[in-house]
Ligand binder design. Structure first.
Ligand code: ADP
Ligand code: MG
Ligand code: ZN
Length: 606
């Protein structure tokens, strides 16, 4: 109803403007010669004028000789008391006209009012929308709760997260035949929390469950709860549950739960609104009875920040880990997405899966898409293995930027830097194999890159392996120093990564003798993200902080020393490798290995 009203108002305003514009056009089309008042008066005195009409401001008239053909003339009216007498004397037909001024008078006050009213309505609607639905309906969540029926997603569209799938199928089973569960008296979990790194398919899984169970799916994203008006988020939560219970059996899905579920009173942004929303969510969760067939699903990639109250029994009491897929899982995910594209015979998705440890479903979907785009660019009918390989590199290292022109000196430096990395990796047993060395700039910052791809998924790293990683990272800079006598800015990123690994060795893994086997960083960290490059400030004394810094420095210096010794022994190979790379731009690890003198390779491997 409200909508209808608004539309008719707009029509009214539009019609008004159209009228005014039409009038202007009409007047413009009625073009007349404008003459000075004195000339007009002269014509009257000479008896040339046939007829005139007089408005408050203008005089319009026609001459006797051209009465038929022309539109006549106009003159600006002057306050002239003689005019009427003169017209009568000359027997000119005359009349006063007021109609046009009336129009203008009306328009001059109606139009501004309408314009203001329009702006006012528009603003109110804007505000109203921000707060949830039409204005006057603040707190109703109609506009933001997406209720979907007949979701096409199925469990077969999700792969590589088998454990999560299994657990969730139970939920589907419950939604299909709740009696089976309620008869025995078993309690179905109220809330199921999907936890895992970004892009692993949490949102996809939630949709797949709704699709399988063939029930309505209410979804809302946590970030949408964060509103400017206090109380709106809470009202919306209430409304969400109200709507859902009316439609049971159904699924409520809150994506990115951490946006509202952050621990109360934590962080600099701990504000009233979020706490109210969270409290309301807790109240609703306690209040609803899962036996009516409403299942609450939520997803987050930061479970460690959630308020403990949310995780208590009777709330999100079941947590399901949606982890990064393993090699088999990645192959399955690739196969799902590859269904949409034309594969050349002989494409081995298995080997692509082997090349992509650590990638999540979203990355793999991206790889498939990039491969298809590359195949199109190369004018192929089908996507080949080669396209996939290039696509993996693109996703890992960014786009090639062939038209970034480096000077000759810079290219030489980059070549030695990259060969430095690669030689260290080849020399240290247990390093990930070198897939490719390149001096074609890629991505935002990389001028060259050495792509190491692990042979298998890794869940643990030993101390030696971490030390070796630091060594490989330092190899680039050491090679520059060895060949050119000084370092360049090109090693900044390497140093950052090396430092971060060293820091975690000291603070998190207890791998420093000096500080002992103590976890110095007690801040909450996601358990499923064992990346070496996240660290945060911990809580320890000033003195410990100093010790950490010196230990980190020692670890890095130690490796730096080792790398310099290794490279000095391989100096000739460094030079010949870089020379080859300069002409070829790209080389494989095998090609570099071939340059190593056999006996030297032996001795290095000791
Ligand atoms: P999340 O919610 O965990 O961040 P999404 O569910 O939004 O991740 O995943 C983004 C996209 O990545 C999906 O739409 C899908 O195309 C792809 N994807 C992610 N995980 C998987 C998976 N396990 N199987 C198939 N496709 C996946
Ligand atoms: Mg998501
Ligand atoms: Zn480097």
């Amino acid at each position: 109803m409200e909508k209808k009203q608004r539309v008719s108002l707009w029509y009214f305003i539009l019609a008004f403007w159209a009228l005014i514009i039409l009038q202007e056009v009409y007047v413009a089309s009625q073009h007349m010669d404008e003459v000075p008042y004195s000339q007009f008066k002269g014509w009257v005195q000479d008896g040339k004028v046939a007829e005139v009409s007089i408005t408050e401001t203008m005089i319009y008239g026609k001459l006797k000789e051209e009465k038929e053909k022309s539109l006549g003339f106009q003159a600006v009216r002057v306050d002239d008391p003689d005019l009427v007498r003169l017209l009568e004397e000359q027997h000119v037909e005359f009349a006063g006209v007021v109609i046009s001024t009336l129009w203008k008078d009306v328009a001059s006050w109606v139009v501004p009012i309408l314009v203001f009213a329009g702006i006012w309505f528009w603003l109110l609607r804007k505000l109203g929308q921000g707060a949830g639905g039409g204005f006057m309906r603040i707190g109703k969540s109609k506009a933001k709760v997406y209720m979907e029926k007949d979701i096409p997603t199925r469990m077969k569209d999700v792969a590589g997260v088998d454990e999560a799938t299994e657990e969730l199928l139970e939920v589907v089973e419950f939604l299909r035949s709740p009696e089976k569960y309620t008869r025995i008296g078993g309690k179905i979990p109220k809330g199921v929390l999907l936890v895992g790194p970004p892009g692993t398919g949490k949102t996809l899984l939630a949709r797949a469950i709704a699709g399988e169970a063939e029930v309505p799916f209410f979804s809302i994203s946590g970030s949408e709860f964060v509103e400017m008006f206090v109380g709106v988020g809470a009202a919306r939560v209430r409304d969400l549950f109200e709507q859902a219970q009316a439609k049971a059996p159904c699924i409520i899905f809150i994506d990115e739960l951490d946006a509202i579920g952050k621990a109360r009173g934590s962080g600099p942004m701990a504000h009233e609104e979020r706490e109210q929303t969270l409290n309301q969510l807790l109240v609703e969760m306690d209040g609803f009875d899962p036996r009516v067939g409403v299942i609450l699903l939520a997803a987050t990639n930061r479970p460690e920040t959630l308020d403990q109250a949310l995780l208590r029994a009777g709330r999100f009491d079941r947590q399901i880990l949606v982890d990064r897929p393993d090699r088999k899982g990645r192959a399955a995910i690739l196969a799902i997405h590859a269904k949409a594209i034309k594969l050349a015979p002989g494409v081995e998705l298995e080997s692509i899966a082997a090349m992509t440890p650590g990638m999540v479903g979203a990355d793999l979907a991206n790889v498939v898409n990039e491969a298809a785009l590359l195949a199109i660019r190369r004018g192929r009918e089908t996507v080949q293995q080669e396209d996939f390989q290039e696509a993996v590199e693109r996703v890992i290292a960014g786009l090639e930027r062939k038209n970034r022109v480096l000077s000759h000196d810079e290219r030489r430096r980059v070549a030695h830097h990259e060969v430095g990395h690669a030689l260290i990796a080849l020399s240290l047993p247990g390093s990930d194999p070198i897939h490719k060395i390149s001096i074609i700039p890629r991505g935002v910052a990389a001028l060259g890159y050495t792509l190491q791809l692990p042979e298998e998924d890794r869940y643990l790293y030993t101390r030696t392996e971490l030390q070796n990683r630091i060594a490989v990272l330092l190899g680039g800079r050491a090679a520059e120093e060895l060949v050119f006598g000084e370092a360049s800015t090109g090693a900044a990123d390497d140093l950052q990564k090396a430092t971060s690994i060293a820091k975690r060795m000291v603070k998190d893994y207890g791998m420093s003798e000096l500080l002992g086997t103590v976890a110095l960083d007690q801040s909450a960290k996601p358990a499923f993200l064992p990346t070496a490059d996240t660290y945060s400030a911990g809580t320890y004394s000033e003195q410990t902080a100093q010790e950490i810094d010196s230990e980190v420095r020692r670890l890095i210096d130690e490796q730096g020393q080792r790398v310099r010794t290794l490279l000095a022994a391989l100096h000739p190979v460094l030079l010949s490798g870089a020379k080859k790379l300069l002409t070829a731009e790209v080389m494989t690890g095998e090609e570099l290995k071939a340059l190593l003198p056999p006996k030297e390779e032996e001795s290095v491997l000791q």
